[in-house]
Design a protein around this ligand. Sequence first.
Ligand code: C2E
Ligand code: MG
Ligand code: MG
Length: 546
Amino acid sequence: MERSESVPEPDRISPVYGSLKIAVPYFLLAGIWIAFSDSWVLLLFDNPEAITLVQTYKGLLFVVVTAFLLYLAFKTQIENYKDIVYRFSQNYIRLEKSNKKLIKAKEEIEKKVEELEKSKKIIYQQAFYDQLTGLPNRNMLLEDNSQHSPDNNEVLMLLDIDKFRIINDYYGFEIGDKFLIKLTDKLEEFFNGADAEIYRIVSDEFLVHHQGLNDLSEIEKLLEELQDFFSGFFEIEGHKIHFSYSIGIVRAGDSNYSTHKLLQKCETAMYQAKNNDYRNYEFHHPAMEEEIASYLKLDNDLRSALKLKEFELFYQPIFRASNGEIAKLEALIRWHKPGEGYIPPDKFIPFAEKTGLIFELDQRVFKEVCRHKKMWQRKGFKNFTISVNLSARQLDSSDFTKFVLNLIDKHEISSSNLELEITENAVMKNFDVSNKFLERMQKAGFPIALDDFGTGYSSLNYIMKLPISSIKIDRSFINNIEQDQQQYQIVYSIIELAKILGLEITVEGIETEKQKTLLQKQRVDYLQGFYLSPPVPADKGEQIFS
Ligand code: C2E
Ligand code: MG
Ligand code: MG
């Protein structure tokens, strides 16, 4: 390397200048030598022979010096040349190495770009497509249709499976997933050929973006056809899974809202559709927003009421018809709302069931019931049962049994002293699932009463399958029994039937002495009503016993 540094760069070497640098001094020195050496020879020698000899030596010396100078000149040039070649070869080797590195780096970069391209595709796939069904997802919907013009015939329909959670809980997630895949296939089959795109928004919510429906009647016709197309159940791995669904509809042409806003409106309409009795779809209309606002207010009020402990339990005694003793106490919840007094359960229980707040509320009720029961037991009032009303929503919850069993264990209460009241309508909403739940509770030792009996018009076939120990005849049957012979006959038939089925009978809503005696004659087991005792606050419970 060092050597090469003293060597001039090839482009700085000038062949003419380099050669002249040697030739010119040589020419001058040789000229001076020739010009002066002859004069000195003539000055020093006068003998012609000696002059000739000296001239010969002088010629020889000239040749030797010239040869030596030529040797030096060529040697320097050749060495320079050698160095340049050496340096070039070194540079070439380095260049070769760098080139190899460069090729390798290029290959690596190409590989990385390929991987990046693949990851980009995967990320895109995950961001814009649903992994389970392969359908485009919510992001894609929002990406695809960022604005809508008022003069088109776009319709957005949001379909949601009713109580899909139950399908998942009951059959397991694997079957739940297969259900959603089947639903996707069916929807694709139904909308095949139509100007429609299907998206999976979340879980069991699917959105159909249809661009070929001109008016209301076309939309309604399509929804009817869809209803017929789904036969009401899917057969998956040998299970016949029955299902229903609700659809919220927005006509994009009615507005120029963004897709995001339209989707929100679809959801609002879909939740409204879930409450409909006669049709499973609903069109969005502006009044829905106000309903939502009051819905949110009630939800907020209930949540803060839970935090502020504004709920209170009242107890209504249930008397043994034969001797008038108190056999049971029914726990009835009240909302003590500051400034408004006591709010009855009918005003907030159905709402809490819709929002899911009922789970917390029911848990609160059970905890209070156990606390009161233990307190009264300690004071010596042992021989009675507390009846607790169970919400319809609890009938499909899997961890409720565990919760109640832990609770009674902690409070040293026997399950036979805690009766569960469940309404006929609640059971009928999902008979198989409710029946399984009640069987579990019965096995754990809880007596089960069918509340508001007779109001659900349900088939006896079903009722006979339930693991119940008693029925509570609804007070609407009792109202007129004193005057109305037909009403009396109906109650009589119900009582006879229950006796045949081996069920105990409680009659609710006793408001007069005559009703009481008429039913005592019928030898029903228990009587409950304002005439005998209204519901009283827990702190007055002891007065009832004494
Ligand atoms: P229910 O289980 O059928 O309860 C009996 C209802 O009838 C009570 O109304 C009671 O106050 C009322 N009642 C009792 N005797 C008479 C009478 O002689 N005449 C009349 N007109 N009514 C009488 P309440 O407390 O307003 O409860 C209404 C419903 O709310 C209950 O019907 C029950 O289904 C539900 N509920 C009450 N407490 C709870 C609770 O803690 N959890 C749940 N999930 N539901 C509850
Ligand atoms: Mg009840
Ligand atoms: Mg009742």
